[in-house]
Write a protein that binds this ligand. Sequence first.
Ligand code: DLL
Length: 442
Amino acid sequence: MKVACDKIERRIWNPRYEQMSRDEMSQLQLERLQATLQKVYRNVRYYRKKFDEIKFEPEQLRSLEDLARLPFTVKNDLRDNYPYGLFAVPLREVVRIHSSSGTTGKPTVVGYTKNDLEVWAEVVARMQTAAGVTADDVVQIAFNYGLFTGGFGHHYGAEKIGASVIPSSSGNTRKQILIMQDYKTTALVCTPSYALYLAETMAEMGVDPKSLSLKWGLFGAEPWSERMREEIEDRLYLTATDNYGLSEVMGPGVSGECLCRNGQHIADDVFLIEVIDPETLKPVAEGEWGELVITTIHKEAFPIIRYRTRDISRIIPGACDCGRTSHRLARIKGRTDDMLIIRGVNLFPSQIEDLLMRIEGVEPHYQLIVDRVNNLDTLEVQVEMNEKMMTDMVKSLEALQKRIENEIRELYQVSAKVRLVEPRTIQRSEGKAQRVIDKRKL
Ligand code: DLL
């Protein structure tokens, strides 16, 4: 169910910042960047050392372009300074701590002052308003509440808007659906893969999604494709938007789509985003794809300078029809560390997803198994067939497998083996889906 962009009532949470002229915004960014650099130079030994090494003093920053002179910060720098080494205020002023575990090594720890929590709630309120949420909505937050930033991050934004918030957290899928029914949830907040899992469980329970009150779906925290959006909208009868963030720079709230759904609006007064070529580390041309590098310019406890996110996106040039003046991010294609290199060909799981979603007879549940056999990379795509396919097409299974294999080869020049598996055999996720099992790394 799509809402046409020109037919929607355009609510903007904070017109002063969301509709600021680009010149005024650049000036504000410069001032906030200068203040941030002063602060980290004074208070964080790690940054002082890095700046001293290149003989950079914060006063030397005269323009936003000068930021490119500074070194990057990477995840390992956070780990090396575990747990509090990069905090820019004494722990006494920190009122909240989150962390993200990742798959290897020590977790990364981030902190927030009272004011940081205010700013966080503010940017999330803007993003949720852009996605349709108002004080009249009942917002069910099915993200984990805990060290992960998804639950608490969305929670305080929705409360700030004045919506009725249901902190259902993740898991308990059947109970989530009962809550949705009984409490008349109008906005669902979770990962896109969990939204699909909810739809599937509804079908099992005999709950008709049309009988629910869902209007808005705010999905994020993992890569997903445009076709996955269509699938979720068709199954859940809501309007789905994408939103992005990461714990190292704050959590959800970095950017989010408005109902025009033509890129995610960045909270430019809080985050400075550069796009670089991950090989040369130089900025890409305007509008080109590359790795996002984020500097926070309005944080107290845990400011971060030129953080290499590993996320691949691009800035969409031009203005949005919604009236916001902010820069916009294209849908995140994936992470450089999730990018598969199969016999030299680069491939993101989201590209396979996009292809699979166009093929009749298969479900949007898939997993990619990568291995190395006799020194050659192999890719197996496991994808579930739907019930109908199971019953009436046993003969043509092989043909379908071949068809998908051919399409992958034609589109991405990768030879993959496709294995159609029975419905409900691929593990469902209550949070971020695991799309890739790379046995080469095990
Ligand atoms: O996932 C924060 C978040 C929570 C964002 C809820 C949106 C909604 P982390 O656990 O630190 O934080 O993971 C951050 O997840 O670097 C991306 O690789 C990925 N990611 C987040 N949002 C999106 C998105 C939260 N909309 C990492 N599309 C990021 C694609 C996303 N990838």
